[in-house]
Design a protein around this ligand. Structure first.
Ligand code: ZN
Ligand code: ZN
Length: 144
């Protein structure tokens, strides 16, 4: 989705409210429920954007390989100049904000290094391969 900022570009005090649900599955199908809520404001000719970007990222649990959805949130708080400044946190296209790309970049930075389906995931038994969250196995007993 492209956000056209041309109508607030010329007069100071103008505000553009952003309240969008995005589908960025084209960029990465692991993302769902992506939302951007915030405001772009023209303050004395300079555009400032403040927004909260949230979404769900679904990957597999590092311990048991089941789906592990994690909720991510990122805040965008930046000033930008359409003509000069290049701000890495915003992606602009022909003077419009590419919101999909911006949200994708922001949320990607929030993905944790280790993903777990739940904090106390018991994982998979290295011996018999049973998912210990759902089943108990007797490997440990047998070894002892
Ligand atoms: Zn797990
Ligand atoms: Zn086992």
């Amino acid at each position: 989705m492209l956000i056209d900022i041309s109508r607030i570009k010329s007069s100071t005090g103008d505000v553009l409210v952003i309240d969008e649900t995005l589908d960025i599955s084209e960029l990465d199908p692991a993302f769902s429920d992506v939302k951007v809520e915030g405001k772009i404001k023209n303050i004395a000719g300079v555009l400032t954007i403040k927004a909260v970007i949230s979404g769900t990222y679904t990957s597999v649990c590092d311990r048991c390989m089941e789906d592990a959805p994690v909720k991510l949130e990122s805040t965008l708080d930046t000033i930008f100049d359409l003509n000069e400044a290049k701000d890495d946190s915003l992606t602009l296209e022909n003077g419009k904000i590419n919101l999909d790309r911006t949200a994708y970049d922001a949320l990607s930075l929030e993905i944790p290094m280790v993903l777990l389906c739940k904090e106390d995931c018991k994982g998979i038994c290295p011996n018999c391969g049973v998912n210990l969250n759902f089943e108990e196995c007797h490997c440990e007993e047998e070894n002892n």
